[in-house]
Design a protein around this ligand. Structure first.
Ligand code: PLP
Length: 453
């Protein structure tokens, strides 16, 4: 590919004619043309016009170790030379699949010792849906099929995971939800807490799960799913009372608990997983993104021993899998990525050094800025809530264009940040970002918000 050289206009022309983009209004591309990203290094990307842009989103929350890491490139090369492909269907395995499942079992919370590989976070969540329903069938409770998610939750873009997600525009586009999917409120104190303290509101929001289970009948509910800190929904970090109460309710009604770690996993929250940060004890833990830092596509589902035991005692083949489940090169890259995170102490660095600095710097900007109501998130997830009235906690209406405008100004200022749910803007940079680069990120974010105000 690198030998093909075209002008930006030529790329844009071909893109306009032949390429359909995910999560994009095609009319925008007709107006402006796509931005062509041609290379990357560290926390920066470059476009075809030579602009050097600070990637405040680590790609799509995934490039944990930063761009251009030779260890990951070498791991892919070596694996592709030795064994470019083999699968794990029908009683075969490859060394990198086996090693990766072993290494992951040492990082995940107790009991999560079994790993099913996928190519993406969406496939990981689809896998959870299928396995959880099969689990209940084997337990003699086939009516336990419904998954309860949350508003503004994001779990993927497949037919099933778009219903599992709580994103209204996705449901709208599909006409309706698939059967056996339901949603409860997102734990966002700023817009819904009223006069309650954060902790009181955390309990109240969690108890919506109990109400929903009773409404549907516990005999019909397979699982509850939530991101430890909601990412695309707007960096919604729940009050400290929330997850313990969710955990209690799931146990009480025999409902499985799924922690979607696709964004939170691999250090972003300052622990290996968001479940560690919030003390969640899940039955299933889907993961992707930071697993390979996005260098090659891979996802996985961590499965609790007690679930796997039932699945494996079904006495039948498990009819589920993807040709590229556990692709050897993707597994090799994931292993190199995890080794690098360990070698450089990135999880500890997030927790005790760079995330506290990142949060303090963003907080200072958020406190002073007239259109920012609050800073949300955890670790290296930072979301600022756009408001029309800071004193009264009045957020912008859902159709307001300010977040899109702010993103456009940010690009002009050579920063990638993105609009997220609840009219907020989010940044989630690579874990290797330095303090000087955090300053640059927050300066550029502030300038873009000033231009938007
Ligand atoms: N789950 C969460 C929490 C996500 O943020 C995403 C993607 O952003 C997904 C699942 C879907 O992952 P993918 O885009 O790899 O299919």
């Amino acid at each position: 590919m690198s030998q093909i050289v075209r002008t930006t206009q030529q790329w844009q022309g071909l893109d306009r004619s032949h390429h359909m983009h995910p999560f994009t209004d095609p009319r925008d591309l007709n107006k402006k043309g796509t931005r062509v990203i041609t290379r990357a290094e560290g926390v920066y990307i470059w476009d075809s016009e030579g602009n050097k842009i600070l990637d405040g989103m680590a790609g799509l929350w995934c490039v944990a170790v930063g761009y251009g890491r030779q260890e990951l490139i070498d791991a892919a090369n070596e694996q592709l030379k030795t064994l470019p492909y083999y699968n794990s269907f029908f009683q075969t395995s490859t060394p990198s699949q086996i090693e990766l499942s072993h290494v992951l079992s040492e990082l995940t919370p107790p009991g999560l010792n079994r790993f099913f590989f996928t190519n993406s976070g969406s496939e990981a969540n689809d896998t959870v849906i299928r396995l959880a329903r099969y689990y209940w069938k084997l337990r003699g409770q086939p009516t336990k099929r419904t998954f309860i998610g949350r508003k503004f939750g994001y779990h993927g873009s497949t037919v099933a995971t778009s219903s599992l997600s709580g994103m209204a525009p996705m449901h709208d586009q599909d006409h309706e939800l698939l059967p056996h999917f339901a949603h409860i409120v997102h734990p966002h104190w700023y817009t819904q807490g009223g006069d309650l303290s954060r902790e009181e509101f955390g309990l109240q929001a969690a108890r919506e799960l109990e109400k929903k289970i009773l409404e549907l009948g516990a005999d019909n509910v397979a699982a509850f799913i939530g991101e430890p800190c909601q990412g695309a929904g707007g960096g919604i970090d729940p009050p400290s009372t929330y997850w313990p109460e969710i955990q209690r309710i799931c146990k009480k009604y025999d409902v499985l608990l799924v922690a979607d770690e696709v964004i939170c996993g691999f250090g972003r929250t300052g622990e290996w997983f968001g479940s560690h940060t919030y003390g969640i004890e899940p039955d299933f833990m889907p993961m992707a993104k930071g697993l390979s830092s996005g260098y090659l596509p891979i996802g996985a589902v961590a499965i609790h021993d007690r679930i796997f035991e039932v699945l494996s005692e079904g006495g039948k083949m498990i009819h589920h899998g993807f040709t590229y489940s556990g692709h050897p090169a993707a597994c090799a890259v994931a292993l190199a990525n995890i080794a690098l995170i360990k070698k450089e102490g990135l999880v500890e660095r997030v927790k005790s050094d760079i995330a506290p600095y990142f949060r303090a710097t963003l907080q200072q900007m958020a406190d002073a800025h007239p259109i920012v109501g609050e800073l949300r998130g955890v670790g290296l997830i930072g979301a600022v809530q756009l408001v029309s009235d800071k004193a009264n906690r009045t957020v912008l209406p859902p159709t307001h264009e300010a977040p899109i405008k702010a993103r456009e100004f940010a690009i002009q200022n050579n920063l990638i940040m993105r609009p997220a749910g609840l009219q907020s803007l989010v940044v989630a940079p690579p874990l290797v970002i330095t303090r000087t680069q955090v300053d640059e990120l927050v300066d550029k974010m502030k300038r873009s918000l000033d231009q938007t105000a």
